[in-house]
Design a protein. Structure first.
Ligand SMILES: Nc1ncnc2c1ncn2[C@@H]1O[C@H](COP(=O)(O)OP(=O)(O)OP(=O)(O)O)[C@@H](O)[C@H]1O
Ligand SMILES: [Mg+2]
Length: 434
């Protein structure tokens, strides 16, 4: 009742099972004296299992036999994971002991939790982030998703860190952080920031940064989600879930497709990636047990926002903050493109009549500003009608009003960070436009 390895190519190992082939997403173990585990990716007719070498273990060769485990990737789940840093397989990255103990369960990360029946969300609850541009244009509503979209180096990570810092500090529940395929030092910086602010006690961290193999990078978001689901469903907690960077999940899957020799689909992406993104996003949702509110960064390759993966991930978000290089070059931080930033949550029912009316007025002014800019380039500002000139000036003031200093940058640039209440943000806008 076992199989035999017939080929090894990079991270892909093929094993032939003449009878009793393993299930999809099952771990099989190599009889090489080291218990090397492989994850079954897919099985072809005739019992050929294509497996992923999850730990990039090199002690594998053709002819070795493999056994089924009848289990998937199980990670430790429970209170003992709070304050810890884990990899996609649930192993510690913080140099502390592996997570075990009576109160620790183990859960298969790829086994979908049973879907709960129709669930209607309670009255919307807005969490204050202290960042004007977010509280005004993309309100942070409990149980909803915000995407931070932008090209390289425009400030996605800094803004995410500011949100973690500002929201976690308010004591709003338990935070999860999934570091997916980004810089290694960023994981360390996040850990130190949380530690310095005594926030580790409310945070679980999962990392597979760019140094990790694509198998782990493709699993890390799923592992973190599995942990979050437990606290939502079993402990009825409200969860904040931060992922930096969701695009790297798609990218890791693509790398695997290339080594699996699968044919990509439209836009050069892995055939099932879009349904996989959808499944992950559906798991990151709220139900009658508790809520998951998420902030996900989305890298835009070559500043091309029409990239199919970028578009697809964006569709799953309730709000989109677009960061732009052009705005950053004007010295405005956070470098938000106010015209491209949007939210389906800017309704009178959710944000209230006052805020809603202000957003309509502000958006009209900002659009007018864009078209006036074109006219001014040709005829000059003095030729505008007095009304247009007044609107142009107001729009300019609004744009600078939405810039502010970040608390998480203080230790780098020595400038104290700002925190504005929603009331202060709304008032600052009213003062400009009336
Ligand atoms: N709000 C801000 N205030 C001051 N400086 C900022 C701000 N946002 C970004 N920066 C500067 O820009 C740099 C890059 O920002 P950040 O790492 O957040 O970009 P990113 O979009 O995450 O990039 P990547 O796609 O490479 O991950 C920061 O190290 C910092 O120097
Ligand atoms: Mg970043």
């Amino acid at each position: 009742m076992s199989g035999t390895i017939t080929a090894v190519k990079e991270l892909i190992v093929r094993a032939q099972f003449d009878d009793d082939p393993p299930d999809l997403n099952e771990l099989i173990v190599i009889q090489n004296g080291h218990g090397t585990q492989l994850l079954v990716d897919h099985i072809e007719s005739g019992g050929m299992a294509y497996c992923l070498n999850v730990r990039n273990d090199l002690r594998i060769s053709k002819g070795m036999s493999v056994e089924r485990t009848h289990k998937g990737i199980e990670i430790p789940i429970g209170d003992a994971t709070i304050g810890r840093v884990l990899n996609a397989l649930g192993d510690p990255l913080d140099g502390l002991e592996p997570i075990t103990g009576d109160n620790t369960q183990r859960r298969d990360i790829l086994k979908l939790p049973s879907r709960t029946s129709d669930f209607s969300m309670a009255a919307p609850e807005i969490l204050e982030t202290g960042v004007k541009v977010i509280d005004f244009f993309t309100p942070f509503v409990k149980g909803r998703k915000i995407g931070i979209v932008g090209g390289a180096g425009v400030g996605k990570t800094v803004l995410t860190m500011e949100l973690i810092n500002n929201i976690a500090r308010s004591g709003a529940g338990l935070s999860f952080f999934a570091g997916i395929g980004e810089r290694i030092r960023e994981g360390h910086e996040l850990f130190m920031t949380l530690k310095d602010n005594d926030l580790l006690k409310n945070t679980c961290m999962f990392f597979a940064q760019m140094n990790e193999n694509p198998v782990q990078r493709s699993l890390i978001g799923i592992s973190a989600t599995t942990g979050a689901e437990y606290f939502r469903d079993e402990q009825h907690k409200d969860i904040l879930f931060f992922a930096d960077n969701m695009y790297r999940y798609v990218q890791a899957r693509n790398e695997l497709t290339t080594i699996l020799d699968q044919v990509p689909n439209e836009g050069g992406y892995e055939p099932t990636i879009f349904s996989d993104v959808k499944i992950l996003q559906d798991r990151l949702s709220s139900n009658e047990n508790g809520s998951i509110t998420s902030v996900q960064t989305i890298y835009v390759p070559a500043d091309d926002i029409s990239d199919p993966a970028v578009q697809f991930i964006q569709h799953e978000m309730d709000s989109i903050i677009v960061l732009s290089r052009k705005v950053a070059e004007q010295g405005l931080r956070p470098a938000v493109d106010l015209n491209l930033t949007s939210s389906s949550l800017l309704t009178p029912e959710i944000v209230g009549e006052r805020h809603y009316v202000l957003t309509v007025q502000v958006q009209a002014l900002l659009q007018k500003y864009e078209s006036l800019k074109g006219i001014i380039a040709i005829i000059g500002e003095n030729e505008l009608s007095p009304a247009d000139r007044a609107d142009y000036a107001k729009a300019k003031k609004l744009i600078t009003n939405f810039a502010q200093n970040m608390n998480v940058m203080t230790k780098h640039n020595g400038i104290p960070g700002d925190f504005f209440s929603r009331e202060e943000t709304l008032r600052s806008v009213e003062e400009i436009i009336v």
